[in-house]
Write a protein that binds this ligand. Structure first.
Ligand code: AMP
Length: 298
């Protein structure tokens, strides 16, 4: 008689809990007093491989016993009156599946009334001058809205680590600055941008692009890579190479192209040396896209 085979060791199955209220979230994220590390990934949903990279990085940081929370919240405070708040893509069921696949324990997807029970907050954080340049110049109040909701989510979730994408370089910079300037007890970790194989940075807003616009949008990453290729020649050469690609691009309405000192988010001077962010923002059709690369100048 054949001996029964030992059962194969089952992989750890993690069931992600979906919560909508602060109370349910806290019960799911803090089920007991066990002292494990925990991490937060904040998103506006319509999750893709870029978000997945953040969730995986969070899981890796806290280990298999740690806890990872993903928030899915389209924050009205950070949208301007003419922006895409109402048409922002929403796909919660698929988001929970993706979050589960990549190692999240809890998804917190509150309604605005749960996050702002007293209505639009009267008191908000200010990103200061760092939040008024580049993205902030085109989107007044955007970073104040971002910081206000990030601060709230950090208070609700109280994580050891919070993960943000380098894709939103100015957002990452102002959050790092808020945490340092206001003594938030959390370590902010930036995660490199995930791209399609042809260079397009993944973004929930890519869904808005027609096939033709998607092809036109490739000029953004092409311009950034052209700048990166001449990084050894200094800031002027970087700007010129990137600008040249954009000048020849069809269907791209440039907002800004800038070489930026990532510490305080000011334009890098011509004698700048060190790590810089080459950033671009442009409209392709009616869709506003941003992208950037980190480069070592000279
Ligand atoms: P969002 O849902 O667009 O607010 O993005 C949530 C988080 O995911 C932010 O920290 C973004 O910077 C990050 N993120 C978005 N797209 C990417 C990407 N392509 N690669 C890496 N991180 C990303």
């Amino acid at each position: 008689m054949a001996r029964p085979k030992p059962a194969a060791k089952a992989p750890k199955v993690r069931k992600t809990q979906l919560t909508h209220t602060v109370g349910d979230f806290e019960a799911a994220f803090w089920p007991d007093e066990s002292p494990v590390d925990n991490a937060l990934v904040m998103t506006m949903g319509a999750l893709h491989e870029g978000h997945a990279a953040l969730i995986r990085a969070a899981r890796k940081e806290v280990g298999p016993e740690g806890r990872v929370a993903v928030t899915v919240f389209v924050n009205p405070l950070q949208f301007g009156p003419t922006e895409d708040l109402d048409r922002y893509p929403r796909s919660l069921a698929a988001d929970v599946r993706l979050a589960e696949e990549h190692g999240a324990d809890v998804v917190f997807a509150p309604l605005p009334e749960e996050v702002y029970p007293n209505g639009t907050p009267q008191v908000r954080l200010s990103a200061g001058p760092m939040g008024e340049r580049f993205e902030g110049a085109t989107r007044p109040g955007h970073f104040d809205g971002v910081l206000t909701v990030v601060a709230k989510m950090l208070h609700i979730t109280d994580p050891d680590y919070a993960f943000f994408g380098e894709k939103d370089a100015q957002q990452l910079a102002v959050i790092q600055r808020m945490v340092a300037d206001l003594d938030f007890d959390v370590e902010v970790i930036g995660v490199p941008t995930i791209r399609e194989t042809d260079g397009l940075a993944l973004s929930s807003r890519n869904q808005y692009l027609s096939e033709t616009e998607r092809a036109q949008a490739l000029a953004l990453s092409r311009a950034l890579f052209a700048g990166r290729d001449v990084a050894a020649k200094g800031p002027a050469a970087v700007r010129e190479a990137a600008a040249q690609v954009l000048a020849e691009a069809d269907g791209v309405a440039l907002d800004y192209l800038a070489l930026i000192d990532p510490h305080d988010f000011v334009e890098a001077p011509d004698d700048f040396q060190g790590e810089a962010v080459l950033a671009v923002a442009a409209k392709v059709g009616s869709t506003r896209l941003i992208d950037n690369v980190r480069i070592q100048v000279r």
